[in-house]
Design a protein around this ligand. Structure first.
Ligand code: FA5
Length: 350
């Protein structure tokens, strides 16, 4: 029986070496170590053996059993490692791929037109001494609404349909509906006088059409100092538009209501898609809302810990996507974010 045990162990050792796949290994394990396996067969035969034989065979078979179990565990690890290596090899990034892309003429990458215009505007404002600030996409009620003079239950909250995060209680979180929240961060960060712009994505739960997206881009601007006037605001807005369009564009200023500015204005641009005749972008009005602005409301300055007896300021919120549409004559905002490379590559300056 001892010889038989040795033989079983030897053939097990030989077989397990050649096993490459997990199901085969499990089969081998049950063939040798299972309830009806080879080792159990030996142990069952012990009933006819002498007590001494039983003891020595029992001890040896237990020792083999343990060794075989250890070998199975080791082999499992080896097979798993081989599988991981195999899949890593299959998914390996081929850094020489560029050559094949080159052959297909796909070697170029460029900026999205919204990014290009954002950078152009940042440069214009940097040259005028403004700083560039960033703010989080996920905001709380305080920064998006309350500190901007839009308390809870204020009807102005309905002007911007909001994506809320599911959580009850005070100061709930949301996806910022406008870059005006950057005003609040900026005021907390600086002592007046200061001036900054803050570009970024904003989110609104609204139905899309030729001029409305759910996720679009704004660029906020804020200037706070002594004796800032509407004339200063108009100067900066005019400089911005003439630098962007590199030509005279017709604009109109009309009263606009935003709780965080007083007085507030809507700066509209004559629709460059239809030349003012009326189209789906300007909703047949001939004008496109582009640049709401106004003098910062004292309540907002107070939230920013600005001394309102000494300082005042202006703010504006430029819609970047619509600006791109006007600049390049794009008749539907959805082209901009549809992910069609054939469309966006027309605007990339490689
Ligand atoms: C605001 O978001 C204010 N925070 C702007 C502001 C800042 C006013 C500072 C005063 C002082 P409004 O909701 O109008 O305002 O949006 C500003 C601009 O974003 C619009 O003029 C338009 O160009 C653009 N815009 C608004 N909604 C959309 C939309 N759904 N899709 C694309 N662009 C949009």
């Amino acid at each position: 029986m001892i010889a038989k045990l040795d033989e079983i162990f030897k053939t097990f050792q030989n077989e397990i070496k050649n096993i490459e796949k997990m199901p085969d290994l499990m089969q081998l394990k049950s063939r040798y170590l299972g309830k009806t396996g080879e080792l159990s067969g030996i142990l069952k035969g012990l009933k006819d053996a002498t007590p001494e034989e039983r003891q020595s065979i029992g001890a040896k078979s237990n020792q083999f059993k343990r060794q075989m179990e250890d070998m199975v565990v080791d082999r499992i690890q080896e097979i798993e490692l081989a599988q991981i290596n195999e899949s890593l090899e299959a998914k390996r990034i081929d850094i020489s791929l560029r050559d094949s892309l080159l052959e297909k003429g796909m070697d170029k990458a460029g900026l999205h037109p919204v990014s290009t215009i954002q950078r152009e505007i940042e440069d214009i404002f940097l040259n005028m001494g403004f700083e560039i600030l960033d703010g989080p996409h996920i905001e709380d009620e305080y920064h998006n609404f309350e500190a901007l003079n839009i308390p809870e239950d204020h009807p102005a909250r309905d002007m911007q349909d909001t994506f809320w995060f599911e959580r009850e209680g005070e100061n709930r979180h949301l996806l910022r509906t406008h870059t005006s929240s950057i005003q609040v961060h900026g005021m907390k960060k600086h002592k007046p006088p200061f001036k900054f712009v803050g570009p970024g994505k904003v989110f609104r739960c609204e139905r899309t059409d030729a001029s409305h997206e759910m996720c679009f881009h704004q660029l906020e601007g804020m200037m706070v100092g002594e004796n800032i006037s509407v004339a200063n605001l108009i100067y900066f807005m005019k400089t911005l538009l003439s630098e962007i369009f590199k030509k005279e564009v017709e604009v109109r200023l009309r009263p606009g209501f935003f709780p965080f500015v007083e007085p507030g204005f809507e700066l509209d641009i004559r629709c460059l898609i239809c030349g003012g005749d009326g189209c789906s972008v300007c909703k047949q009005s001939g004008w496109v809302e582009l640049l709401p602005c106004g003098m910062v409301h004292p309540n907002v300055l107070k939230h920013g810990e600005v001394d309102t007896t000494k300082y005042n300021g202006f703010a504006f919120g430029l819609g970047l996507d619509r600006l791109v549409m006007m600049k390049y004559g794009i008749d539907d905002i959805r082209h901009l974010h549809g992910g069609d490379l054939r469309f966006v590559s027309q605007f990339a300056n490689y």
